[in-house]
Structures are given as C-alpha cells and as structure tokens.
Design a protein around this ligand. Sequence first.
Ligand code: SAM
Length: 239
Amino acid sequence: RRLFIEAELAERIVIEGEDALHLLYAMRAKPGQKIVISDKNGKTANTQIESCEPQRVILNVLGLMENIQESPIKTILLQCLPKADKMDYIVQKAVELGVSKIIPVASQNCVVKYDIDKRQKRQKKWQKIADEAAKQCARDVRPEICSVINFAEAVETAEKNITCICYENEDTLPFKQYLQQQNGSKYAVIIGPEGGFSAEEVQKCRRAGITSVSLGKRILRAETAAIAALTILQYEKGD
Ligand code: SAM
C-alpha cells in the first residue's frame, strides 16, 4: 500500500483532492491502517492513518524509510512524440526500467501535433500511467512526466547531463561502448519519432557536444529503441 503525493513529507500529512479520493475509494483507507507515502522529492515514510473525512485523509509519519528500489543513476528519456498511443507504452516501460524523468519532445518528423490543451491532457494522462507503473513495480520515487518541449529546448536540457542521441544512421559508436567511457551518474538519451531525426537536428546535437550512438545494426521501432536504450543504460551503469 503505497501512495505518491505532490506535497512534501511532514510529521502530519493532510491529503486532499484526487489523492484523498484515491486513498478513500480505490485503497479503501480506514483509520489505523498503515500506508507507505513517497513525496515529490523522493522521500519515503511509513505512515498511519489518523482520520478519514469524505474528501480528506490525515496521516501521521511513523518513520522515514530508505529508498532501496532506486537505481544509483539518474536517467532522463527525451522521447520525440510517436504516433497514436505508443507514448503510453513507452512511459510504462521506461518507469519499469528505472527512468527518473520523461520529457516528450516535438521534433521535426513527429506526425502528431498537439495544441496546448492536448499537451496538458496528454501530460496528465502519461503522469497517471507513470504513477501506476511506479506503484506496480515498487519504485520509491514517482518519475516526473514533463510537458512537451521543442527540439531546441531538448538540446539545452540535454547539455546538463551526459547525453547522447540514439541515431538510426550512426554506425560507428555503439551505445554500450560510449557508456563504458563515461563515469558520471546523470544520463539522458534522445530517441526519435517514427520518421527519425532530420540531418539538421543531428547537427544541432553534435554542435552542443551531444554524441550520436548506435543501438545496433537493425532499425528499431521508436518504442523498442527507448526500451533498448534504457535497458543498456541500466545494465552498464545502474542496477
Ligand atoms: N519506422 C520505424 C518505426 O515505425 O518506429 C523506425 C523508427 S526509428 C527511425 C525511431 C528512432 O529509434 C530513431 O530516431 C532512433 O532514435 C531510434 N533508433 C532505432 N533504431 C536505432 C538504431 N539502430 N540505432 C540508434 N537509434 C535507433
């Protein structure tokens, strides 16, 4: 019984809104029950329910818990928007594979074009999928799903981490080999949409010092590429 909350952990936690409804109706919370709470900073505590009102649950923290399920590396997936519901699948699998944050990117060859309203709705939906996946695989931390950004912003974000672009036309540097030359703990990978990257986007990355890497001789589907890259990353640098 675990709940990820937006608020920060305190000795006494008041839960309202959607989280309270989830506790009361989906988790059938009752006073006296114990529940594990993880906050937005990734702190986890064992708590006991003090009281349940129709839209409000009050919890008392019994003690902090160690985060034992998290990988020692932080990973960001910069995923260019794929078609249809493929992003739902990518979010779920990326969370299972220990991703820290997912940033959806609108790149040149993306077929889907979301307006602001749709972007917000999708972000909310993907966050829900991420939360469910995090609970299912017993993550201590709820990975954040960011709002959609454009490719130039993705390159800026990427510059703050050890970042590479998984490029379908790269045939010299395997991702695994690239990782074996790195020592840091913060990684980011950029994965393209169905139509791949434009030459201009790859140039932009290279100019920003982002290395292009290969995931093998075969061209993978966008969703397979994300899963393969995160798996290789955890195998080489995480656990
Ligand atoms: N048309 C297929 C589809 O429907 O999904 C292939 C899409 S592939 C072009 C999508 C993205 O996956 C690429 O932009 C790249 O990021 C990644 N990718 C696929 N195969 C790769 C490979 N062998 N090496 C590096 N990246 C790869």
